[in-house]
Design a protein around this ligand. Structure first.
Ligand code: CAA
Length: 285
């Protein structure tokens, strides 16, 4: 018999976590969003409010639906408040030690049958799962930014994930209107492995002054129909996150296409992280 999912926990309410919380609340599920402090809660709440405002402006949601959606998310700074959740999705910073600590804590505060999922984009779900007493109920659920808009979720199974956990998580993802792809645990999974070679290559072309940022972006938008050019997309993702993803993939694959372009590191050191810092390849208000 398949599991029932009534309440969803989301740990970490940055851009991704807030987007994931919105996706589940929009589908009618109760969500408990966890942050480390009140500032984090305020930021997370603000992200959901802003995103749903855009959804209303774009005709994707009515004002009443938005009010109901917002009412389904409760916020807390106490991780133990996810104790009644049927699945908890972790979306904290991409650092193995931090994710491992969060999973160990989730293992302690949730019921043994609760599924623990990571939104990691490049770290090993297997390595994260071994920090719990239930690695067979640990999966990856990798959403894409912006989560409320993009359809794909990569559902990552490890060598020990139980098949019924994958079946139930896939059904949950489809229930909230997303497309699930079940894949094995390899750095970058499918999408990031392909996407980040391309983004990195664009940085190298820019670094070599082969083309301007505008021309690089225009080529891919107008020539290939991509919604954004590579440098604008890097600004959206965040250069620090992109660099971490490339580093992790390079360590595992040793594929030169994944060796972060030196310019990426220099920009990060100079504080140019993309949209979130106001400046990356482009400047934002
Ligand atoms: N819920 C539902 N729909 C929403 C919404 C919400 N909260 N907020 C906005 N929308 C809708 C809008 O109504 C609009 O719909 P229509 O196109 O039907 O009018 C659509 O989403 C786009 O929104 P906007 O008009 O506000 O913005 P835009 O047209 O400039 O598109 C974009 C912005 C969605 C980011 C688009 O440019 C895009 O898809 N870019 C590519 C993003 C991408 O590749 N992301 C992957 C990054 S890699 C990653 O995430 C993996 C990782 O691990 C880092």
């Amino acid at each position: 018999m398949s599991r029932e999912f009534r309440q969803i926990g989301v740990v970490g309410l940055g851009v991704q976590g807030a987007g994931v919380a919105e996706v589940f609340a929009r589908a009618g599920l109760a969500v408990v969003g966890v942050e480390v402090d009140n500032d984090g809660v305020g930021r997370g709440r603000g992200l959901v409010e802003h995103s749903t405002e855009r959804a209303v402006a774009g005709g994707k949601l009515t004002e009443d639906e938005r009010t109901e959606l917002l009412g389904r998310i409760s916020y807390t700074t106490d991780i133990a408040d996810v104790s009644e959740c049927d699945i908890v999705i972790e979306a904290v910073t991409e650092q193995l030690e931090l994710k491992a600590a969060v999973f160990a804590e989730l293992d302690r505060v949730t019921r043994p049958e609760t599924i623990l999922a990571s939104n990691t984009s490049s770290l090993s779900v297997t390595e994260i799962g071994v920090h719990t007493g239930r690695p067979e109920r640990v999966v990856g659920t990798h959403f894409f930014n912006p989560a409320p808009v993009l359809k794909l979720v990569e559902v990552v199974r490890t060598v020990v994930t139980e098949p019924d956990v994958i079946t139930d998580v896939t059904a949950l993802i489809e229930r909230v209107g997303k497309t699930a792809l079940v894949i094995g645990d390899r750095a970058g999974f499918i999408s990031n492995s392909l996407l980040f070679s391309y983004l990195n290559h664009a940085v190298m072309m820019f670094e070599q002054r082969y083309a301007t940022r505008e021309d690089l972006d225009a080529a891919m938008r107008y020539g290939c129909g991509y919604p954004m050019g590579p440098l604008a997309l890097l600004d959206l993702i965040g250069l620090d996150i992109a660099s971490e993803i490339l580093d992790t993939m390079y360590k595992q694959s040793r594929d030169r296409m994944h060796a972060p372009a030196p310019l990426l590191k220099q920009m990060i050191t100079a504080g140019l992280l993309g949209r979130k810092s106001g400046r990356g390849f482009y400047t934002y208000e």
